[in-house]
Design a protein around this ligand. Structure first.
Ligand SMILES: Nc1ncnc2c1ncn2[C@@H]1O[C@H](COP(=O)(O)OP(=O)(O)OP(=O)(O)O)[C@@H](O)[C@H]1O
Ligand SMILES: N[C@@H](CCO)C(=O)O
Length: 326
């Protein structure tokens, strides 16, 4: 479920009239996603030949003041040739409009599907696309701090509290101390860029082995590029809820990244620690969401332990998780 707000045909037609996209033909709510409401909108197109767009209504969590950064970033990356959808501006040039108290944006539709079990070829392509995005974002004029850094993961877990965490899983309270340890060791001098920070398989659309779109940039922020690679590694290279690491997929992802942007030795050295911190980010946000979402809510809760297991894998494997194939 991800249409939280009803928009009638008249509301939609009125909205679409503010854009140079022709007239409204259809609008269907999109089930995927949990944060925002999304519709697939079909219009007669600017040239009368028909066109499709994604209409997003920002429901919660996203500050309207951040929208120029998120939507400007899409335009910047798309203009640099990254597989990223452009923002469609309204006739006055605005990135977004308000419907009542909610912001909406019209975004280019890009074809493709999210994969559940990435192949080696797909992982390599994602690595390349991530590195291309990092290089292309270097001269983006705006910036945004990462509000979900390692210190925040620690604070979030602490705020959840040992008792509540142990209600999810008896091991979870131990992650409060692990977060504090990682925070104290966190490297602060690695090369930085604007990072996606949430490039899970459901945020990448693919056509075969080709990345057709990187989407959902609503956690994008300045951070170390190797951290972004670690997030992507942690989210792409495991099966069965984090029980099984896929070494071929992991090696292909990093190799694809390095085809476009070779890692510096310091980045490679820190990857095991960054990957543990990346896992903690999702342990913390998932634990918090778990405690704040009733078990019978329409939205399916994501299990924090999926990422606790991955964290343990990275802690045990050390640099072995990131070794180049011989
Ligand atoms: N530019 C696009 N082109 C084609 N399809 C898209 C595009 N953007 C989004 N989609 C589709 O809409 C779905 C929901 O989008 P998205 O993941 O951004 O939702 P969300 O609620 O913001 O995300 P999340 O729940 O991950 O925070 C995607 O899974 C994809 O199928
Ligand atoms: N991709 C995240 C949700 C966004 O924070 C997760 O799967 O936990």
């Amino acid at each position: 479920m991800a249409v939280y707000t009803h928009l009638g045909a008249e509301d939609l037609a009125q909205l679409i009239a503010h854009y140079e996209v022709g007239s409204l033909i259809s609008a269907k709510g999109i089930a995927e996603g949990v944060s925002n409401s999304n519709w697939l909108v079909e219009t007669s197109g600017p040239d009368g030949k028909g066109a499709r767009y994604i209409l997003t209504m920002y429901e919660r969590r996203i500050e309207t003041s951040d929208l120029p950064f998120f939507l400007g970033l899409l335009d910047h990356l798309a203009a640099k040739g990254c597989p990223v959808p452009r923002t469609i501006h309204d006739r006055s040039g605005a990135y977004y409009r308000m419907i009542g108290d909610k912001a909406v944006a019209l975004i280019e539709f890009l074809p493709g599907v999210s994969v559940d079990r990435p192949t080696v070829g797909q992982a390599r392509a994602v690595g390349r696309a991530l590195a291309q995005m990092h290089l292309a974002s270097q001269d983006f004029a705006m910036s945004r701090a990462n509000g979900l850094d390692i210190s925040m993961s620690h604070r979030t877990l602490e705020h959840c509290g040992e008792a509540a965490l142990s209600g999810i899983d008896s091991e979870l309270p131990t992650y409060i101390d692990r977060a504090a340890q990682l925070r104290d060791l966190w490297p602060v001098d690695l090369p930085r860029a604007i990072c996606h920070t949430d490039l899970f398989p459901d945020n990448v659309l693919m056509l075969g082995d080709r990345v057709s779109a990187l989407i959902d940039f609503y956690f994008a922020a300045e951070d170390s590029m190797a951290y972004d690679l670690a997030v992507t590694h942690a989210s792409w290279c495991f099966e069965d809820g984090g029980h099984r690491y896929l070494p071929d997929v992991g090696q292909a992802l990093v190799a694809g990244y390095e085809e476009t942007r070779p890692l510096e030795p310091s980045e490679r050295e820190q990857l095991p620690l960054l990957a543990q911190g990346a896992c903690l980010r999702f342990v913390a946000s998932r634990a918090e969401d778990w405690l704040n979402t009733p078990a019978d809510a329409l939205v399916t809760r994501k299990d924090p332990m999926d990422f606790a297991r991955r964290l343990q894998f990275y802690a045990d494997a050390g640099s072995g998780a990131f070794e180049r194939p011989r």
